[in-house]
Design a protein around this ligand. Structure first.
Ligand code: GDP
Length: 296
């Protein structure tokens, strides 16, 4: 699972602190040096690490550690709170339009997991008694439409497609109209990705954005991408004003740096975490639970 390396390194650092009846400033500095290395090794953005350590130190020094009987626990608690903050503090909910349907646009690089995640999101919504519609807006990747149709029929959610000869902008526009006409309350637009960001793709996404005016623009990102994920998220954010992030493949052997940096760098909250290739309901991302899991 994700974060294993980071988790065991941090537990090691805090194991040493936990038992101490006294924590000197030197002990604190040593511990923070190790936390810093652990975060960098987990591929967390270096600026994010620097700010994180500074905040923890400042808070720890304000706590009169010398007077406490459990100074180690105080530090662990501060780190836990800061880690939670780093990942967004509280859970960020999916937007809901005042007037149905709520339009959700999925964006991200090819292979990030957009189509799979669209299916998981549709299933999550269906399970909470909504009526979602999946819109097949990726007309370039061979078999992408078919893949979405298979996903849709697997979870019992309708898929709107106009084949691969109509422009994705038009497909998206008609998809939203189709939802309106048929009383469906969520529209999930699957879009095309490229291996790298390119202008033609961004232009198309911007047009889909203009035409459908999405309530939610979710950036789907493979957590295994590490540092690069943060840069890609930032460029999508600059162009599309993302409203949230979905971290996929957290079941993989990722070091977790993306999860820990993306919110801090882009300001976009991580709304969902996805695991596995099977279409299960998408899980909301809980910063506090993730922090506790990392600290063990
Ligand atoms: P897209 O190009 O962004 O639409 O990506 P796909 O949804 O086609 O996913 C690309 C590959 O990643 C497929 O083989 C998926 O089965 C796999 N995948 C997607 N999400 C996850 C996940 O959360 N965990 C794992 N292990 N694999 C995933």
């Amino acid at each position: 699972m994700a974060f294993e390396g980071l988790s065991s390194r941090l537990q090691n650092v805090f194991g040493k602190l936990r038992g101490k009846g006294k924590v000197t400033e030197e002990d604190l500095n040593d511990a923070m040096r190790e936390v810093r290395l652990a975060l960098l090794e987990a591929d967390v953005n270096f600026k994010v690490v620097k700010e994180f350590i500074a905040k923890v130190k400042e808070k720890a020094l304000g706590q009169e550690l010398q007077k406490s009987f459990t100074p180690g626990m105080i530090i662990i608690d501060i780190v836990n709170k800061e880690l939670t903050e780093l990942m967004g503090g509280t859970q960020s909910k999916l937007a809901k339009a005042a007037k149905s349907p709520t339009v959700i646009m999925m964006a991200g690089l090819q292979g990030a997991g957009k189509t799979t995640t669209s299916g998981k999101l549709a299933l999550m919504l269906k399970k909470s008694n909504h009526k979602p519609l999946l819109v097949a807006g990726d007309i370039y990747r061979p078999a992408a439409i078919k893949q979405l149709e298979v996903v849709g029929s697997g979870v019992g959610v309708p898929v709107f497609t106009l084949g691969d000869q109509t422009s994705p902008v038009e497909i998206a526009r008609q998809g939203v109209q189709h939802a309106k006409d048929n009383g469906l309350d969520y529209v999930i637009i699957d879009t095309a990705g490229r291996l790298h960001i390119d202008e033609a793709l961004m232009d198309e996404l911007k047009q889909i954005h203009e035409v459908t005016k999405p309530d939610e623009v979710l950036f789907v990102v493979d957590a295994m991408t590490g540092q690069e994920a943060v840069n890609v998220a930032q460029s999508f954010h600059d162009q599309l004003a993302l409203t949230g992030v979905v971290l996929t493949k957290l079941d993989g052997d990722t070091r977790g740096g993306a999860a820990l940096s993306i919110k801090a760098v882009t300001g976009c909250p991580i709304k969902f975490a996805a695991t596995g290739e099977k279409i299960e309901p998408l899980e909301p991302f809980h910063p506090e639970r993730m922090a506790s899991r990392i600290l063990g």
